[in-house]
Design a protein around this ligand. Structure first.
Ligand code: ADE
Length: 222
């Protein structure tokens, strides 16, 4: 799968892309991620990418010319062009899985107060928000989308991890987990987990998941 991230702050993604699972996924050629600086497509001598909104109002908007040029330079037939914005459709695990099946994604990170509407109307296929808060720019939002969808690409997670199923695809939060030592600073691991009785362990885990979900995310149970 190929992903192009268009941003004004490419350096924000350096560590994120080279570390851990995503670093390995790229080395293994499961993922090709290209980070592009939108400013490289700025067309005036000051290389501006923003301007004031017609009709007045606070803040600056990303201009059409560099964004159209950047998208047109990287897009391929059938690719999906996504704009990260706090007024987009809320991002979910189901969306991450759906996007993981695409051949090529172009992720546009916004900056300033937003972007010229003509970009959204013509050269963007989908708008995604990662949550009800406003980031200073969409670069971290693009990173979140890439990270979440990469976990659904076969081979990106170790075999062991891919078997532990997704909390959110099953609509319940996870049960508590413990590792050695069985006793630490007077705190013991729940007896049932040391019992070797797998049926009892499953029952206990399910009860804890229900309890946790009811307390933290009752909306998932509706
Ligand atoms: N850009 C700024 N805030 C954002 C958010 N919550 N989701 C996606 N893109 C954003």
């Amino acid at each position: 799968m190929r992903i192009d991230i268009l941003t004004l702050f490419p350096a924000m993604l350096d560590g994120f892309l080279s570390e851990s699972m995503l670093g390995r996924a790229q080395e293994a050629k499961l993922l090709e991620i290209n980070v592009r600086n939108i400013r490289d497509w700025a067309q005036d001598k000051h290389r501006t990418t923003d301007d004031r909104p017609f009709g007045g109002g606070a803040g600056m908007l990303m201009r059409c010319e560099p964004v159209f040029a950047a998208i047109e330079a990287v897009q391929t037939p059938g690719c999906r062009r996504i704009y990260l914005t706090p007024d987009g459709v809320p991002f979910t695990a189901a969306k991450a899985e759906q996007l993981s099946h695409e051949k090529h994604l172009v992720l546009l990170s916004g900056h300033y107060e937003g972007i010229d509407q003509r970009i959204r109307d013509t050269i963007i296929d989908e708008e995604i928000s990662i949550g009800d808060y406003v980031l200073t720019n969409g670069t971290l939002a693009a990173a979140v989308v890439v990270d979440a969808l990469a976990r659904f690409i076969p081979g990106v997670l170790g075999e062991e991890m891919s078997l532990t199923h997704e909390s959110f695809t099953r609509k319940l939060l996870d049960f508590p987990q413990y590792t050695r030592p069985a006793e630490f600073r007077g705190m013991s691991v729940p007896e049932v987990l040391l019992s070797g009785n797998h049926a009892e362990i499953e029952k206990w885990r399910h009860a804890r998941r229900m309890e946790k979900t009811r307390s933290v995310r009752p909306d998932l149970l509706k």
